[in-house]
Design a protein around this ligand. Structure first.
Ligand code: CAA
Length: 445
């Protein structure tokens, strides 16, 4: 069977940056290490006044299509995953197609367009849709463009304010892909949860502490479900494990739980038993609380073992490097984590062809999905083409006053005019409102 997967990827960050330890922490009266060590974040990306989910998504897609030498006729499907949409009817993908038609010959009139919503997991669901469309033989030899784009802003003063971010990831899904092949096997953990939602409002209502627990619970279910179809997962099976990363501290918690799960009843658990004992089993305890206390104690010890720390440093930490500098990109976040991992491999001369990734996606509300990917022969060229380091370096570093203005300008309930902080160059910009309330866009040379 021909491989189907991600052929190419492009990342587009918002053009502004908020320094969390340097600018945010002092204003909040917090220790900077709460951000750098606790949450694991150095900075957040923000959109300048002329940027939004459409400009960032279209810019990522434009770069991707140009680099791959594609024309609109090569694309049979455009799906945008976002939880920052501004229209309940007209999908963001139509705006993106309109932007791209300004710079390419031809049009996307015969491409199927849509918008996917399930919080942060919608980017991965759009990959699934593209995969299924190709596997069903409905693509007529064409590729799918999947764009995950978000302005992940929280209300001022919300605990989530520290984890904001803005950016887009564009992915080309094709037969015989250059970057990774997607597995047919998937595992799901899904339940009706009220942890993070936006009932007809721009900024989320969040129960932050609960959202962390829901993430862990659904992820565990998804892993068990994945194992039921793909067989038991072992810690050495995967070169990297990119997780949805609302902030790196979240992944630190999830990775430890995953490690405990996969080493249970293995020779590694036996090897570690002399040092930290065996994992507590529920049947050995009279009450749930006793079991949980014992589990917590075991996890604290497990976290300190050399075996865990080495695995974490090799398999998880490299997936977090871009996220530390940009914050949460919601739908794009797990795809940023994959790119970070492969970038790390390239920079460290790691031969990845044929190696596997375990990809763990998550969306509040809530659903986790786990699948695996196999890295393809062309991966080095694809990752080498990314210019994410330059983009991050070029961001304008906002003062606190700038940040307050930028938050207001992107607040749909406010009507403020703010001078742009950066000068757009070779990119799409927001160009005001049309007569029916639509947003208009223009390409700036
Ligand atoms: N030095 C080192 N570490 C410090 C520190 C210091 N001075 N001060 C605090 N810390 C640590 C804390 O111990 C904590 O780490 P642990 O959880 O490992 O103990 C970490 O820094 C954060 O501190 P708090 O828990 O006190 O932070 P908070 O309550 O202000 O906010 C949050 C944390 C509730 C997660 C908040 O950021 C939030 O609401 N975020 C939005 C929701 C979210 O991202 N949830 C994640 C799961 S849901 C999801 O994944 C979907 C999505 O994208 C939104």
């Amino acid at each position: 069977m021909t491989a189907v997967g991600i052929d190419a990827i492009e990342i587009w960050t918002g053009n502004l940056k908020l320094d969390l330890p340097g600018t945010f922490a002092p204003e909040k009266g917090e220790d900077p290490e709460k951000y750098t060590k606790g949450l694991g974040l150095n900075a957040s990306s923000f959109p300048d006044s002329y940027e939004d989910i459409v400009t960032m998504g279209a810019n990522a897609a434009h770069r991707l299509m140009e680099r791959k030498g594609l024309e609109p006729d090569d694309i049979g499907r455009i799906d945008v995953a976002t939880e920052s949409a501004f229209d309940n009817s007209k999908p963001v993908s139509t705006y993106v197609a309109g932007c791209l038609e300004q710079v390419f010959e031809g049009d996307f009139h015969h491409a199927n367009k849509g918008e996917r919503k399930f919080a942060c997991i919608a980017g991965t669901q759009s990959l699934d849709d593209a995969y299924n469309w190709i596997r069903a033989g409905r693509n007529r030899g064409r590729s799918a463009l999947v764009i995950a784009t978000d302005t992940a802003l929280y209300a001022r003063g919300d605990a989530g304010e520290a984890t904001q971010g803005a950016g887009a990831v564009a992915m080309l899904i094709s037969e015989d892909p250059n970057l990774v092949e997607l597995s047919a096997e998937q595992g799901y953990g899904s339940a009706d949860e009220t942890d993070f939602l936006k009932p007809n409002q721009q900024f989320p209502s969040v129960d932050g502490k609960r959202s962390v627990q829901v993430y862990l619970a659904r992820m565990r279910e998804a892993l068990e479900d994945y194992e039921s179809v793909a067989g038991d997962v072992h810690e050495e099976d995967f070169a990297y494990a990119p997780f949805h990363t609302p902030f790196p501290g979240m992944v630190r918690k999830a990775a430890l739980l995953a490690y405990r799960h996969v080493i249970r009843d293995t020779s590694l658990e036996d090897d570690l038993a002399d040092e930290i004992g065996r994992q507590p089993r529920p049947e050995a305890f009279d009450t749930d609380d006793d079991y949980r206390d014992a589990l917590r104690e075991y996890m604290d010890l497990l976290k300190e073992t050399e075996a865990y720390q080495e695995w974490y440093a090799e398999t998880i930490d490299p997936t977090l490097s871009i996220s530390r500098e940009v914050g949460n990109w919601y739908t794009g976040s797990v795809h940023v984590a994959r790119a970070s991992a492969l970038k790390h491999a390239l920079e460290n001369g790691r031969d990845m062809t044929g190696k596997a990734l375990l990809v763990a996606s998550y969306g509040s509300g809530a659903q986790a999905e786990i699948h695996s990917e196999v890295v393809r022969e062309g991966w080095e060229d694809e990752i080498e083409a990314l210019n994410v380091d330059e983009q991050l370096e070029d961001r304008y570093d906002m003062s606190w006053d700038d940040y307050e203005e930028v938050h207001d300008v992107h607040n749909h309930d406010m009507d403020v005019d703010v001078e742009e902080f950066t000068t757009p160059e070779s990119e799409f910009v927001f160009d005001g409102w049309g007569r029916m309330g639509e947003r208009k866009y223009r390409y700036v040379e």
